[in-house]
Design a protein around this ligand. Structure first.
Ligand code: ATP
Length: 418
């Protein structure tokens, strides 16, 4: 059996290991039990990099954190309401939580929390592979606490809930299951699979904010399309909106998005814009309400649909630059990129690119003040003339300040002649 101490020493930087040991000693002096828990234990066993250290204290996490910063000064942020504390050192940080037990008054409700044992704290967790702990007190340093067979499941690459009510208690675990399944190259254990498809409907009990948070986490994964594909397969995606698709076209779009933003990964909003691209505006409005999307994001997504609706006129090969500008102006830059990635027409792509890279930055040489000093009063006429001037410049009809002045004079006489 693999020794946890060996894995800790192999994978965590020595300074961090000494902080863990110090934390264990300090807890023990206070008569408290301290364990490393959750994702980091799982990742130590998988030998995957993870420096997000979650510690659980049987007793009082804030007291331990206070004592710890006395020995190794760091920035302490306590959250007395939750019995948690974060310690930030220049290079490392610890998240400490008081062990707790949770009960769910009704499906989807936030749990009722009370202080508990480390065992209670493991029982409230989502999957066996995330419900392991490693003791840090000096007498038991490195011993694993694995009450639900997490280690074996990790070896067999299985995602397994701890009990049959898990997804009804908290249906966000459904999306979490799919995320871990794809990220860690696991499969849903048979009963968990059955429970997940049975309980997919329980996603209705989850608030928009919490679902949105799960989606944001999915969009941070390396290949979100795999999770979305699986979500469609298992009837989870349709709970979000029946018209969403997790197919090979989406995978292709996500690939293009990664190529576009490389070396950075695409922003979550771009992934979301490409996901909602096939929706019509009523469908999008429903999703915006369901996910309680913040206004700027909602605007970007509406712009995305608006561009999708303009693909047809944008396919016209003889469009003038000013017409392209008219079709695309005012749309959010991210929506423009989504449209560029999602349209099948090479002509439309060429037009969108022209707008994105050139037209949207173009300005007339003459300013509004220049026009006013030429005798045009501030007001709607001035705006119209500026727009016509800009269109003429885009279409190559005027190419210098002098030509712009000539055009303004012509327009002026036609206005005054009306
Ligand atoms: P990741 O797994 O994404 O690398 P992580 O394991 O630290 O990160 P978090 O979302 O930060 O995951 O949650 C920390 C731990 O809290 C998880 O390992 C899991 O044990 C538990 N947890 C998180 N969300 C839930 C939930 N909805 N239900 C039960 N347990 C949860």
């Amino acid at each position: 059996m693999v020794n946890m101490v060996t894995l800790i020493n192999k994978q965590l930087p020595p300074e961090l290991v000494s902080l863990l040991r110090l934390a264990g000693e300090t807890a023990s002096q206070q008569g408290q039990k301290l364990c490393l828990v959750g994702g980091v234990v799982r990742d130590l066993l998988l030998e995957r990099a993870n420096l997000d250290l979650d510690l659980v204290v049987e007793g009082n996490a804030i007291e331990l954190a206070q004592a710890l910063v006395q020995t190794r000064p760091g920035k302490l942020t306590p959250h007395p309401r939750f019995g948690t504390a974060k310690i930030q050192w220049p290079e490392w940080s610890f998240d400490l939580a008081t062990a707790r037990s949770e009960t769910y008054a009704r499906p989807g409700a936030l749990p009722t929390v009370k202080p508990g044992s480390i065992n209670d704290d493991l029982f409230r967790r989502d999957f066996t592979i995330n419900a392991m702990a490693v003791h840090l007190d000096p007498d038991h340093y490195g011993e694993t606490l694995d009450l639900y067979g997490g280690r074996e499941d990790l070896q067999s690459r299985l995602i397994r809930v701890l009990h049959n009510r898990s997804f009804t208690d908290d249906a966000t675990r459904i999306w979490r299951a799919l995320r871990y399944e794809q990220r860690l190259d696991c499969r849903l254990e048979r009963n968990t699979h059955k429970l997940l498809t049975r309980d997919a409907i329980m996603l209705e009990t989850i608030s928009g904010d919490r679902i949105r948070h799960e989606l944001e986490l999915i969009f941070k994964e390396e290949l979100p399309e795999k999770i979305i594909y699986r979500a469609e397969e298992l009837g989870v995606l349709s709970q979000l909106h029946p018209a969403l698709r997790g197919n090979s076209e989406l995978a292709e779009l996500y690939n293009r998005a990664r190529n576009l933003t490389t070396p950075s990964p695409p922003p979550a909003a771009l992934y979301l814009a490409l996901l909602i691209y096939p929706l019509n505006s009523q469908e999008l409005e429903k999703l915006i309400v369901r996910l309680r999307l913040p206004k700027p994001l909602a605007v970007t997504l509406r712009d995305t649909i608006s561009i999708a609706d303009r693909t047809e006129p944008l396919q016209d090969p003889v469009l003038t630059p000013s017409r392209i500008h008219q079709l695309l102006q005012g749309h959010a830059p991210l929506a423009i990129n989504a449209g560029l990635l999602a349209t099948d027409s090479s002509v439309a792509r060429r037009h969108i690119r022209l707008y994105r890279d050139k037209l949207r930055y173009m300005r007339t040489t003459l300013t509004g003040d220049d026009l006013i000093s030429m005798g045009i009063p501030a007001g709607p006429d001035l705006k119209t003339i500026m727009e016509r001037l800009l269109a003429a410049k885009m279409d190559g009809e005027v190419t210098s300040r002098r030509e712009e002045e000539g055009m303004v004079k012509g327009l002026l006489s036609s206005i005054s002649g009306q």
